[in-house]
Design a protein around this ligand. Structure first.
Ligand code: ATP
Ligand code: MG
Length: 409
């Protein structure tokens, strides 16, 4: 901060800490990202700051924003103070340089309009033009003006996410405006990329299921796609995905994976591949990510069928069923097969079975006479299965098994 203040003074600019950084500082919540707004030229400031810190200046944009990465990896978001006007609902704004006060007025909610200057006579005094401090103290999410959701419907999602995150309520008037925005169908005007960014942030946040419930209650989900409804079955699945992720974070942290694929797959439970493609296309997911999701759901369904009921419960069969599972979807599998026996098999797989390797290596197999190429892979798989099922407890037994197989082939 002191370096930023010094750079600003050298360049004759005014620099302010703003937004989420100030909000979280006042709430006493950890926030590693520093957001700075510059009255002057943000990108020139970011370059100079990066050079002074010995870091880098990345992603300079046409809107006058850039990210400074300090040598220790900390990030500082730098923006040029600007004012905005919106031509029509959900349009990208027309942007002009402005004062810090203009800049704060284009923010989403009052709690994000707090700022303080980093230098000068007013340094570190809280700037609160829009009642942000009172709303932060009372736990209220409030838009700055009546056209806010119309200008930018991503704020519908941001309002719900922030309310859930901090346990805040939506101010009654803001709630009415939000309902109106949904009713008017303004979400349809959002680009897929902007919509997906907000949905993904929700799914990766602390309370994705509560956020989805609120989106459903407020009629937002069907505005994304009419097939998105929160049936009891989907809600149960989503809740179990959440529980599985909490459990895995403790017992098998490397198997937790990213949040969004498991939640999105749970939300799409029971829908045809063509509908899933339509929903993913609306949110601008790449054809590849979409295909991976559809294939992953297929693997989960298949694995669940093989594990549950009268399926083959030998460890080697469980490993064969679960190996193709993408790690992002492990929580989905746990949610999909809630029966106790299946849960136990999945836990065994995660804690022990998936790590078991035969004693012999590819080189050992070559020494025993195996051909370089696919034969080695097949033999290793056979040995692993034998070891998993307790049929090859020692290196000697593995060697004997390999010799038998090679003789008979
Ligand atoms: P987080 O801790 O989730 O990063 P944040 O408040 O810093 O929270 P960002 O998405 O990083 O959120 O955005 C930085 C700031 O930019 C916000 O504090 C907010 O003031 C403003 N902002 C972001 N998105 C919008 C939007 N759609 N409309 C208006 N202002 C926005
Ligand atoms: Mg931020």
């Amino acid at each position: 901060m002191q370096v930023a203040a010094q750079v600003a003074e050298e360049m004759g600019f005014s620099v302010y800490a703003v937004g989420g950084f100030v909000r979280d500082l006042l709430l006493g919540v950890k926030n590693e990202d520093i957001d700075l707004t510059v009255e002057g030229e943000g990108i020139a400031f970011a370059r100079h700051l990066a050079a002074t810190l010995g870091g880098t200046c990345e992603r300079p944009s046409a809107f006058g924003t850039a990210v400074v990465v300090a040598p220790d990896g900390h990030k500082v978001d730098v923006a040029t103070a600007r004012s905005e006007t919106y031509k029509h609902p959900a349009a990208l704004p027309t942007v002009r340089p402005g004062t810090i006060r203009d800049d704060l007025f284009r923010r989403d909610f009052t709690i994000n309009t707090l700022a303080f200057a980093l230098h000068g006579p007013q340094a570190y005094a809280l700037l609160d033009w829009y009642g942000g401090y009172a709303d932060l103290s009372e736990g209220i999410i409030r838009v700055l003006h009546n056209r806010s959701f119309r200008d930018d419907p991503t704020r519908i999602f941001r309002a719900i996410r922030l309310a859930q995150r901090f346990g805040f309520i939506l101010h009654p008037h803001t709630l009415r405006l939000l309902h109106r925005a949904v009713h008017k169908g303004w979400i349809a005007g959002l680009s897929g990329a902007r919509l997906w960014r907000e949905v993904r942030l929700m799914l990766a946040g602390e309370s994705p299921v509560q956020c989805l419930l609120r989106l459903d209650e407020m009629g937002v989900l069907p505005q994304i796609d009419p097939a998105l409804t929160l049936s009891q079955e989907r809600l149960g699945l989503l809740t179990r995905v959440y529980e599985a992720r909490v459990e895995l974070a403790d017992t098998a942290p490397d198997a937790v994976g990213r949040a969004w694929p498991a939640y999105l797959a749970a939300l799409l439970q029971g829908l045809d591949a063509s509908v899933i493609r339509r929903v993913c296309a609306r949110m601008a997911l790449s054809p590849r990510a979409t295909q991976e999701l559809i294939a992953g759901i297929g693997v989960v369904e298949d694995a669940c069928r093989r594990l549950c009921g009268d399926g083959d419960a030998r460890p080697s069969a469980v490993v064969a069923a679960l190996r193709p599972l993408p790690s992002d979807l492990v929580p989905l599998l746990m949610a999909w097969c809630p029966q106790r026996e299946c849960q136990q098999l999945i836990r065994h797989y995660l804690t022990t079975w998936r790590h078991i390797r035969p004693c012999l290596t590819g080189d050992d197999l070559k020494r025993l006479g195996a051909q370089q190429g696919p034969q080695i892979g097949r033999l290793l798989a056979r040995l692993q299965a034998a070891k998993l099922d307790g049929e090859a407890p020692t290196r000697e037994v593995e060697e004997a098994l390999v010799s038998t197989i090679l003789r008979s082939s």
